[in-house]
Design a binder for this molecule. Sequence first.
Ligand code: AR6
Length: 204
Amino acid sequence: SLDKIPTWREKNRCDDQEDGNELTGGGGLSDKVSLYKGDITVLEVDAIVNAANSSLLGGGGVDGCIHKAAGSCLYDECHSLNGCETGKAKITCGYDLPARYVIHTVGPVARGHVGPTETNDLTSCYQNSLDLMKEHDLKTVAFPCISTGIYGFPNEPAADIALNTVKRWIEENPDKIKRVIFCVFLETDFAIYKKKMSVMFQDN
Ligand code: AR6
């Protein structure tokens, strides 16, 4: 369950104690984020985010894994949603998943190119997903590295957008979310997130 996934602060507890910081637990930004490497479909959270395509009818990558684990009722509900535009998000039940809901968002097709459109669209994916969480009063969420697989968004700038957008959203909505798990699948993304999170979530 979620108790087994440490928050960023818990993971860096030794450093905290050496620095003499108070372990208040629950207040700051680093109490609300986690870095997890593995399959997003096993996570027992209120919602997992799916890196879908505009048809919302499934595909490869994390989308294929989520549909396989959730079962065919997810396809049926997605079929009733009439697709989703790039940067937007729609919510469904989680069906056979341990997660209660799935938030389907459509990342930009970048094919290696990061311009203003790709940047804005990827930012919107994270923002609109978190706005849906708030709207439905959901408190714990896991994000995959949206657009960085089949859609070809370069990993490093994608991680910057994911982390900065989530950080800003939590700061603007301090009571609305309990935990955001950055669920990476590849070792390269794990290393990128770890490095950036160490700088961003040091002592707050
Ligand atoms: N759990 C967590 N992350 C995963 C998993 C998993 N089980 N499987 C793959 N990833 P991608 P995109 C990672 O390609 O780039 C689909 O066909 C993967 O390593 O799934 O947004 C859709 O239908 C990568 O880091 O999504 C769309 O057509 C990340 O998830 C298209 O692909 C995203 O890679 C969307 O492409």
